[in-house]
Design a protein around this ligand. Structure first.
Ligand code: KG4
Ligand code: ZN
Length: 387
Protein backbone atom coordinates (compact mmCIF):
# COMPACT_ATOMS: atom_id res chain seq x y z
CA UNK A 1 0.00 0.00 0.00
CA UNK A 2 2.71 2.42 1.10
CA UNK A 3 4.96 1.33 -1.78
CA UNK A 4 2.13 1.91 -4.20
CA UNK A 5 1.81 5.43 -2.94
CA UNK A 6 5.51 6.05 -3.43
CA UNK A 7 5.38 4.62 -6.95
CA UNK A 8 2.48 6.89 -7.80
CA UNK A 9 4.21 9.93 -6.32
CA UNK A 10 4.85 12.13 -9.31
CA UNK A 11 6.89 15.23 -9.80
CA UNK A 12 4.92 18.35 -8.88
CA UNK A 13 6.30 19.89 -12.05
CA UNK A 14 9.14 19.13 -14.47
CA UNK A 15 12.52 20.18 -13.12
CA UNK A 16 13.83 23.30 -14.83
CA UNK A 17 17.36 24.25 -13.92
CA UNK A 18 18.85 27.68 -14.46
CA UNK A 19 22.55 28.21 -14.45
CA UNK A 20 24.25 31.51 -14.89
CA UNK A 21 27.25 31.93 -17.14
CA UNK A 22 30.10 31.86 -14.66
CA UNK A 23 32.95 34.23 -15.42
CA UNK A 24 35.59 32.10 -13.72
CA UNK A 25 34.96 28.90 -15.64
CA UNK A 26 35.37 25.71 -13.74
CA UNK A 27 38.41 23.62 -14.53
CA UNK A 28 37.16 20.44 -16.11
CA UNK A 29 40.33 18.50 -16.76
CA UNK A 30 41.42 15.84 -14.33
CA UNK A 31 44.83 17.48 -14.12
CA UNK A 32 43.41 20.76 -12.82
CA UNK A 33 41.16 18.98 -10.35
CA UNK A 34 44.15 17.15 -8.90
CA UNK A 35 46.20 20.35 -8.75
CA UNK A 36 43.72 22.30 -6.69
CA UNK A 37 43.36 19.36 -4.34
CA UNK A 38 47.11 19.25 -3.85
CA UNK A 39 47.05 22.97 -3.11
CA UNK A 40 44.35 22.18 -0.55
CA UNK A 41 42.09 25.03 -1.58
CA UNK A 42 38.83 25.07 0.39
CA UNK A 43 36.08 23.73 -1.86
CA UNK A 44 32.59 24.23 -0.49
CA UNK A 45 29.28 22.79 -1.64
CA UNK A 46 26.44 25.08 -0.54
CA UNK A 47 22.70 24.48 -0.45
CA UNK A 48 19.95 27.13 -0.28
CA UNK A 49 16.35 26.01 0.36
CA UNK A 50 14.83 28.70 2.58
CA UNK A 51 11.78 29.48 0.43
CA UNK A 52 10.75 28.40 -3.07
CA UNK A 53 14.10 28.06 -4.87
CA UNK A 54 16.21 24.91 -4.58
CA UNK A 55 19.77 25.98 -5.23
CA UNK A 56 23.24 24.45 -5.00
CA UNK A 57 26.60 26.08 -5.67
CA UNK A 58 30.25 25.13 -5.53
CA UNK A 59 32.87 27.65 -4.46
CA UNK A 60 36.61 27.06 -4.45
CA UNK A 61 38.80 29.44 -2.51
CA UNK A 62 36.18 32.19 -2.75
CA UNK A 63 35.51 31.70 -6.48
CA UNK A 64 32.07 30.48 -7.55
CA UNK A 65 32.42 27.51 -9.93
CA UNK A 66 28.72 26.67 -10.35
CA UNK A 67 25.38 28.05 -9.17
CA UNK A 68 22.26 26.04 -10.03
CA UNK A 69 18.74 27.21 -9.26
CA UNK A 70 15.48 25.27 -9.64
CA UNK A 71 12.46 27.56 -9.27
CA UNK A 72 9.09 26.20 -8.18
CA UNK A 73 6.35 27.30 -10.53
CA UNK A 74 3.74 25.29 -8.60
CA UNK A 75 3.00 28.28 -6.32
CA UNK A 76 1.89 30.64 -9.09
CA UNK A 77 -1.67 29.29 -9.17
CA UNK A 78 -2.08 30.01 -5.43
CA UNK A 79 -0.87 33.63 -5.54
CA UNK A 80 1.91 32.98 -3.01
CA UNK A 81 4.28 30.30 -1.71
CA UNK A 82 2.47 27.26 -0.22
CA UNK A 83 4.92 25.96 2.44
CA UNK A 84 4.00 22.26 2.19
CA UNK A 85 4.29 22.27 -1.61
CA UNK A 86 7.63 24.08 -1.31
CA UNK A 87 9.01 21.36 1.01
CA UNK A 88 7.85 18.61 -1.36
CA UNK A 89 9.38 20.34 -4.37
CA UNK A 90 12.68 20.79 -2.49
CA UNK A 91 12.70 17.05 -1.76
CA UNK A 92 12.22 16.28 -5.42
CA UNK A 93 14.73 18.84 -6.67
CA UNK A 94 17.60 18.63 -4.23
CA UNK A 95 19.38 15.51 -5.54
CA UNK A 96 19.46 16.54 -9.23
CA UNK A 97 20.31 20.17 -8.37
CA UNK A 98 23.28 19.18 -6.17
CA UNK A 99 24.37 16.58 -8.70
CA UNK A 100 24.47 19.07 -11.58
CA UNK A 101 26.16 21.74 -9.42
CA UNK A 102 28.99 19.30 -8.63
CA UNK A 103 29.31 18.15 -12.25
CA UNK A 104 29.25 21.66 -13.68
CA UNK A 105 31.92 22.78 -11.22
CA UNK A 106 34.19 20.06 -12.58
CA UNK A 107 34.88 18.60 -9.16
CA UNK A 108 34.31 15.20 -7.60
CA UNK A 109 32.87 14.38 -4.18
CA UNK A 110 36.33 13.77 -2.76
CA UNK A 111 37.31 17.40 -3.53
CA UNK A 112 34.68 18.81 -1.16
CA UNK A 113 36.12 20.37 2.03
CA UNK A 114 32.83 21.38 3.70
CA UNK A 115 29.05 21.40 3.16
CA UNK A 116 27.14 24.62 3.83
CA UNK A 117 23.41 25.17 4.12
CA UNK A 118 20.92 27.92 4.95
CA UNK A 119 20.03 27.40 8.60
CA UNK A 120 17.67 30.40 9.02
CA UNK A 121 15.46 32.33 8.50
CA UNK A 122 12.87 30.84 6.14
CA UNK A 123 10.04 28.33 5.82
CA UNK A 124 10.78 25.63 8.37
CA UNK A 125 9.87 22.67 6.15
CA UNK A 126 11.99 24.02 3.29
CA UNK A 127 14.95 24.70 5.59
CA UNK A 128 14.68 21.19 7.02
CA UNK A 129 15.04 19.57 3.59
CA UNK A 130 18.26 21.47 2.79
CA UNK A 131 19.56 21.09 6.35
CA UNK A 132 19.02 17.34 6.55
CA UNK A 133 20.51 16.81 3.11
CA UNK A 134 23.59 18.87 4.04
CA UNK A 135 24.04 17.00 7.33
CA UNK A 136 23.74 13.59 5.66
CA UNK A 137 26.25 14.55 3.02
CA UNK A 138 28.72 15.99 5.55
CA UNK A 139 28.43 12.81 7.58
CA UNK A 140 28.87 10.57 4.54
CA UNK A 141 31.88 12.50 3.24
CA UNK A 142 33.31 13.08 6.73
CA UNK A 143 33.69 16.83 6.14
CA UNK A 144 32.62 19.74 8.36
CA UNK A 145 29.20 21.37 8.21
CA UNK A 146 28.73 25.15 7.99
CA UNK A 147 25.41 26.80 8.86
CA UNK A 148 24.62 30.12 7.20
CA UNK A 149 22.20 32.96 7.99
CA UNK A 150 20.26 33.77 4.83
CA UNK A 151 20.23 37.55 5.37
CA UNK A 152 23.95 37.66 6.10
CA UNK A 153 24.47 35.74 2.85
CA UNK A 154 22.40 38.30 0.87
CA UNK A 155 24.76 41.02 2.15
CA UNK A 156 27.89 39.02 1.28
CA UNK A 157 26.63 38.42 -2.28
CA UNK A 158 28.44 41.73 -2.80
CA UNK A 159 31.76 39.95 -2.18
CA UNK A 160 31.29 37.36 -4.95
CA UNK A 161 32.65 39.38 -7.86
CA UNK A 162 34.91 42.37 -8.46
CA UNK A 163 34.62 45.20 -7.67
CA UNK A 164 34.17 44.34 -3.99
CA UNK A 165 33.37 46.97 -1.34
CA UNK A 166 35.98 47.88 1.25
CA UNK A 167 34.98 47.58 4.91
CA UNK A 168 33.12 49.09 6.60
CA UNK A 169 30.17 49.27 4.23
CA UNK A 170 26.43 49.74 4.50
CA UNK A 171 24.05 47.33 2.79
CA UNK A 172 20.38 47.91 2.07
CA UNK A 173 19.03 44.34 2.08
CA UNK A 174 15.60 44.13 0.53
CA UNK A 175 13.84 40.80 0.07
CA UNK A 176 10.40 39.21 0.26
CA UNK A 177 10.59 38.87 4.04
CA UNK A 178 13.11 41.49 5.16
CA UNK A 179 14.08 45.12 4.71
CA UNK A 180 17.24 46.06 6.59
CA UNK A 181 20.11 48.49 6.62
CA UNK A 182 23.17 46.53 7.72
CA UNK A 183 26.48 47.97 8.86
CA UNK A 184 29.12 45.48 7.82
CA UNK A 185 32.54 45.78 9.52
CA UNK A 186 34.02 42.51 8.22
CA UNK A 187 32.54 39.46 6.45
CA UNK A 188 31.42 37.96 9.74
CA UNK A 189 30.79 41.11 11.77
CA UNK A 190 27.57 42.91 10.88
CA UNK A 191 24.88 44.83 12.69
CA UNK A 192 21.33 45.66 11.62
CA UNK A 193 20.94 49.43 12.17
CA UNK A 194 17.47 49.82 10.63
CA UNK A 195 14.64 47.50 9.58
CA UNK A 196 10.99 47.38 8.70
CA UNK A 197 8.48 47.55 11.50
CA UNK A 198 5.79 45.81 9.39
CA UNK A 199 5.83 44.66 5.74
CA UNK A 200 9.04 44.07 3.80
CA UNK A 201 9.77 45.96 0.55
CA UNK A 202 9.28 42.75 -1.48
CA UNK A 203 5.90 42.25 0.18
CA UNK A 204 4.94 45.82 -0.76
CA UNK A 205 5.71 44.97 -4.40
CA UNK A 206 3.97 41.57 -4.27
CA UNK A 207 0.87 42.90 -2.49
CA UNK A 208 0.60 45.80 -4.94
CA UNK A 209 0.77 43.29 -7.79
CA UNK A 210 -1.92 41.16 -6.17
CA UNK A 211 -4.23 44.18 -5.80
CA UNK A 212 -3.66 44.89 -9.49
CA UNK A 213 -4.60 41.30 -10.35
CA UNK A 214 -1.06 40.32 -11.41
CA UNK A 215 0.26 36.80 -10.68
CA UNK A 216 2.79 35.88 -7.94
CA UNK A 217 5.61 36.85 -7.55
CA UNK A 218 4.45 40.28 -8.63
CA UNK A 219 7.62 42.31 -7.96
CA UNK A 220 9.25 41.63 -11.34
CA UNK A 221 5.94 42.40 -13.15
CA UNK A 222 5.48 45.73 -11.36
CA UNK A 223 9.07 46.48 -12.45
CA UNK A 224 8.25 45.52 -16.07
CA UNK A 225 5.12 47.70 -16.33
CA UNK A 226 6.76 50.56 -14.41
CA UNK A 227 9.35 50.89 -17.18
CA UNK A 228 6.52 51.94 -19.52
CA UNK A 229 4.78 54.31 -17.13
CA UNK A 230 4.90 57.87 -15.77
CA UNK A 231 6.19 57.74 -12.17
CA UNK A 232 5.00 61.27 -11.37
CA UNK A 233 1.38 60.65 -12.40
CA UNK A 234 0.03 59.42 -9.01
CA UNK A 235 1.24 60.50 -5.56
CA UNK A 236 1.43 57.99 -2.72
CA UNK A 237 2.23 58.96 0.88
CA UNK A 238 5.70 58.62 2.41
CA UNK A 239 5.52 57.25 5.99
CA UNK A 240 7.11 59.36 8.73
CA UNK A 241 9.02 56.75 10.73
CA UNK A 242 11.68 57.71 13.26
CA UNK A 243 15.33 56.73 12.87
CA UNK A 244 16.46 54.24 10.25
CA UNK A 245 13.40 51.96 10.39
CA UNK A 246 10.95 51.46 7.54
CA UNK A 247 7.20 50.92 7.23
CA UNK A 248 5.23 49.80 4.19
CA UNK A 249 1.83 48.89 5.59
CA UNK A 250 0.45 52.46 5.27
CA UNK A 251 1.45 52.53 1.61
CA UNK A 252 -0.34 49.22 1.05
CA UNK A 253 -3.56 50.62 2.55
CA UNK A 254 -3.23 53.82 0.51
CA UNK A 255 -2.92 51.77 -2.69
CA UNK A 256 -5.97 49.71 -1.78
CA UNK A 257 -8.14 52.82 -1.22
CA UNK A 258 -6.68 54.47 -4.33
CA UNK A 259 -7.77 51.49 -6.45
CA UNK A 260 -11.14 51.16 -4.74
CA UNK A 261 -11.71 54.85 -5.48
CA UNK A 262 -10.47 54.52 -9.06
CA UNK A 263 -7.66 56.97 -8.41
CA UNK A 264 -9.73 59.78 -6.92
CA UNK A 265 -8.35 59.50 -3.36
CA UNK A 266 -5.70 57.70 -1.28
CA UNK A 267 -7.86 57.86 1.84
CA UNK A 268 -11.00 55.87 2.48
CA UNK A 269 -14.11 57.82 1.51
CA UNK A 270 -17.19 55.75 0.91
CA UNK A 271 -18.60 58.36 -1.51
CA UNK A 272 -15.69 57.67 -3.84
CA UNK A 273 -16.00 53.87 -3.86
CA UNK A 274 -16.50 52.54 -7.37
CA UNK A 275 -17.92 49.26 -8.67
CA UNK A 276 -15.67 46.25 -9.33
CA UNK A 277 -16.02 46.85 -13.08
CA UNK A 278 -15.01 50.51 -12.82
CA UNK A 279 -12.07 49.55 -10.59
CA UNK A 280 -10.86 47.02 -13.16
CA UNK A 281 -11.31 49.48 -16.02
CA UNK A 282 -9.26 52.06 -14.11
CA UNK A 283 -6.48 49.49 -13.57
CA UNK A 284 -6.55 48.35 -17.21
CA UNK A 285 -6.28 51.92 -18.50
CA UNK A 286 -3.57 53.05 -16.07
CA UNK A 287 -1.53 49.94 -15.19
CA UNK A 288 1.86 51.28 -16.31
CA UNK A 289 1.47 54.64 -14.53
CA UNK A 290 0.20 52.98 -11.33
CA UNK A 291 3.16 50.55 -11.28
CA UNK A 292 5.64 53.35 -12.00
CA UNK A 293 4.17 55.61 -9.29
CA UNK A 294 4.05 52.87 -6.63
CA UNK A 295 7.57 51.69 -7.49
CA UNK A 296 8.80 55.27 -7.33
CA UNK A 297 7.43 55.64 -3.78
CA UNK A 298 8.84 52.29 -2.57
CA UNK A 299 12.25 53.23 -3.98
CA UNK A 300 12.16 56.71 -2.41
CA UNK A 301 11.25 55.26 1.02
CA UNK A 302 14.22 52.87 0.77
CA UNK A 303 16.78 55.35 -0.54
CA UNK A 304 15.87 58.22 1.79
CA UNK A 305 16.62 55.96 4.78
CA UNK A 306 19.83 54.73 3.16
CA UNK A 307 20.92 58.35 2.67
CA UNK A 308 20.14 59.06 6.33
CA UNK A 309 22.19 56.00 7.37
CA UNK A 310 25.15 57.15 5.27
CA UNK A 311 24.99 60.66 6.76
CA UNK A 312 24.73 59.33 10.33
CA UNK A 313 27.56 56.79 10.02
CA UNK A 314 29.76 58.72 7.59
CA UNK A 315 30.09 55.53 5.51
CA UNK A 316 30.19 55.98 1.73
CA UNK A 317 30.81 52.39 0.61
CA UNK A 318 27.26 51.34 -0.01
CA UNK A 319 25.69 48.12 -1.37
CA UNK A 320 22.24 46.82 -2.07
CA UNK A 321 21.22 43.15 -1.90
CA UNK A 322 18.23 40.78 -1.83
CA UNK A 323 15.49 39.99 -4.35
CA UNK A 324 14.20 43.58 -4.59
CA UNK A 325 17.70 44.80 -5.55
CA UNK A 326 16.90 43.17 -8.91
CA UNK A 327 14.39 46.02 -9.39
CA UNK A 328 15.50 48.30 -12.24
CA UNK A 329 14.00 51.44 -10.64
CA UNK A 330 15.89 50.81 -7.38
CA UNK A 331 19.14 49.98 -9.19
CA UNK A 332 19.00 53.15 -11.33
CA UNK A 333 18.01 55.49 -8.50
CA UNK A 334 20.65 53.94 -6.22
CA UNK A 335 23.38 54.63 -8.79
CA UNK A 336 22.07 58.21 -9.30
CA UNK A 337 22.05 58.84 -5.54
CA UNK A 338 25.55 57.38 -5.31
CA UNK A 339 26.83 59.76 -8.01
CA UNK A 340 25.18 62.72 -6.30
CA UNK A 341 26.57 61.98 -2.82
CA UNK A 342 29.94 60.58 -3.99
CA UNK A 343 29.31 57.06 -2.73
CA UNK A 344 31.13 53.96 -3.91
CA UNK A 345 28.12 51.88 -4.96
CA UNK A 346 27.92 48.09 -5.35
CA UNK A 347 25.13 45.88 -6.68
CA UNK A 348 25.45 42.09 -6.99
CA UNK A 349 24.93 40.56 -10.41
CA UNK A 350 21.26 40.00 -11.14
CA UNK A 351 21.42 36.24 -10.41
CA UNK A 352 23.01 36.87 -7.00
CA UNK A 353 20.21 39.26 -5.94
CA UNK A 354 17.33 36.78 -5.74
CA UNK A 355 17.75 33.61 -3.67
CA UNK A 356 20.78 31.56 -4.73
CA UNK A 357 23.32 29.17 -3.21
CA UNK A 358 26.35 31.15 -4.45
CA UNK A 359 25.77 33.69 -1.67
CA UNK A 360 25.55 30.84 0.86
CA UNK A 361 28.82 29.45 -0.51
CA UNK A 362 30.69 32.76 -0.26
CA UNK A 363 29.50 33.28 3.33
CA UNK A 364 30.51 29.72 4.18
CA UNK A 365 33.94 30.38 2.68
CA UNK A 366 34.58 33.18 5.21
CA UNK A 367 33.23 30.97 8.01
CA UNK A 368 35.54 28.18 6.84
CA UNK A 369 38.54 30.52 7.02
CA UNK A 370 37.48 31.57 10.54
CA UNK A 371 36.96 27.93 11.59
CA UNK A 372 33.26 28.50 12.31
CA UNK A 373 31.74 25.05 11.87
CA UNK A 374 28.41 23.65 13.04
CA UNK A 375 27.84 20.38 14.89
CA UNK A 376 25.51 17.74 13.46
CA UNK A 377 23.02 18.70 16.18
CA UNK A 378 22.42 22.11 14.54
CA UNK A 379 18.74 22.63 13.67
CA UNK A 380 17.12 24.94 11.12
CA UNK A 381 15.13 27.83 12.50
CA UNK A 382 12.29 29.79 10.85
CA UNK A 383 13.39 32.98 12.64
CA UNK A 384 16.80 33.75 14.02
CA UNK A 385 19.08 36.58 15.00
CA UNK A 386 22.41 37.06 13.25
CA UNK A 387 24.65 34.10 13.99
O1 KG4 B 1 15.56 37.61 -1.72
P1 KG4 B 1 14.42 36.96 -2.40
O2 KG4 B 1 14.67 36.22 -3.69
O3 KG4 B 1 13.69 35.94 -1.45
C1 KG4 B 1 13.52 36.19 -0.08
O4 KG4 B 1 14.50 35.93 0.68
O5 KG4 B 1 12.44 36.69 0.26
O6 KG4 B 1 13.33 38.09 -2.64
C2 KG4 B 1 12.09 37.82 -3.22
C3 KG4 B 1 11.34 39.12 -3.38
C4 KG4 B 1 9.91 38.94 -3.84
O7 KG4 B 1 9.08 39.75 -3.04
C5 KG4 B 1 9.95 39.44 -5.29
O8 KG4 B 1 8.74 39.98 -5.75
C6 KG4 B 1 11.01 40.52 -5.18
O9 KG4 B 1 12.00 39.95 -4.36
N1 KG4 B 1 11.58 40.86 -6.50
C7 KG4 B 1 11.38 42.06 -7.10
C8 KG4 B 1 12.03 41.98 -8.34
N2 KG4 B 1 12.61 40.74 -8.46
C9 KG4 B 1 12.31 40.07 -7.31
N3 KG4 B 1 10.73 43.15 -6.67
C10 KG4 B 1 10.72 44.21 -7.49
N4 KG4 B 1 11.30 44.23 -8.72
C11 KG4 B 1 11.98 43.15 -9.17
N5 KG4 B 1 12.56 43.17 -10.36
ZN1 ZN C 1 16.36 35.88 0.18
Amino acid sequence: MFLNKIQRFERIEPLKLFEQKIKHQAPNTKQQTTNHKQQNLPTILAIESSCDETSAAVCRDGVILSNLIATQKVHEQYGGVVPELASRAHMQNIVPVVDVAIKNAGISLSDISAIAFTQSPGLIGSLLVGGQFAKSMALALNVPLISVHHMQAHVLANLIDEPRPDFPFLCLTVSGGHTQIVLCESPLKMKVIGETIDDAAGEAFDKTAKMLGLPYPGGPLVDKYAKLGDASRFKFPEPQIQGLDFSFSGLKTAILYFLNNAGTSNVFKEDFAVSAEERQLFIDNNLNDICASVQNRIVSILLNKLLKASKETGIKNICIAGGVSANSGLRNSFIEMGDKFKWNTFIPKFEYCTDNAAMIAITAYYKFLAGEFAGLSVTPSARAEWS
